[in-house]
Ligand binder design. Structure first.
Ligand SMILES: NC(=O)c1ccc[n+]([C@@H]2O[C@H](COP(=O)([O-])OP(=O)(O)OC[C@H]3O[C@@H](n4cnc5c(N)ncnc54)[C@H](OP(=O)(O)O)[C@@H]3O)[C@@H](O)[C@H]2O)c1
Length: 176
């Protein structure tokens, strides 16, 4: 008999939930709670894609932001620390609470870091992934994901230039 699809797994993807990240050849994301490099081209794209929407990040990524909150976006921050006293963002204290809030947003983006990407990837419908075509020293990595479960909808090559030190691929992956 054919195996029944796992209904719980199918239902848990939120159609309004997106993820956006920039990762190196080995899915490197960050080092010592900082991004790996400064890429104006990618920051511009990040701003264009996420502006006007809701963004959710982990406590460590919030701490690392040079400008808080990210302007023109509803900022959600996940933490276990009930004493956290961050201004101009909505604090969420568990996955369950976060998913409940995210489900009600018209369009939301998971913006990192490594821990939060891993937690929310199973719930994500669309993944905006900038591939930085280089190896980096890193201590934070994007979770390995099974490309067979996704369709590569866009894959735009962008060569390095005087302001952006690495060749990039701007990819959009849609969950099948
Ligand atoms: N390349 C990129 O696109 C990109 C994007 C974003 C970030 N980054 C990089 O990623 C690195 C940071 O990643 P990270 O994994 O260390 O930190 P993170 O994912 O930003 O935040 C982790 C924090 O989230 C909170 N948390 C995790 N699970 C939780 C849960 N189930 N319930 C409630 N709170 C929870 C905890 O905060 P508390 O400890 O306060 O409880 C935990 O310490 C940095 O290097 C950053 O630069 C890269």
């Amino acid at each position: 008999m054919a195996e029944m699809p796992n209904k719980k797994q199918i239902n848990m993807v939120l159609p309004n939930l997106n993820m956006i990240a920039a990762a190196g050849n080995n899915l490197e994301l960050g080092y010592q709670n900082r991004l790996l490099c400064h890429l104006p081209k990618d920051l511009k794209r990040f701003k264009e894609i996420t502006s006007g929407h809701t963004v959710l990040m982990g406590d460590r990524t919030w701490e690392s932001l040079p400008v808080k909150p990210l302007p023109n976006r509803k900022n959600l921050v996940l933490t276990l620390n009930r004493d956290a006293d961050y201004k101009n963002c909505q604090l969420l204290y568990s996955m369950e609470e976060a998913l409940e809030v995210l489900a009600k947003e018209p369009k939301a983006f998971i913006i990192g870091g490594a821990t939060v990407y891993k937690l929310f990837l199973p719930y994500t419908q669309t993944l905006y992934l900038t591939r930085m075509l280089s190896d980096f020293q890193a201590d934070a990595f994007f979770p390995a994901f099974n490309e067979d479960e996704w369709i590569l909808k866009e894959d735009e090559f962008s060569p390095k230039d005087e302001k952006n030190a690495y060749d990039l691929r701007f990819q959009v992956w849609e969950r099948k």
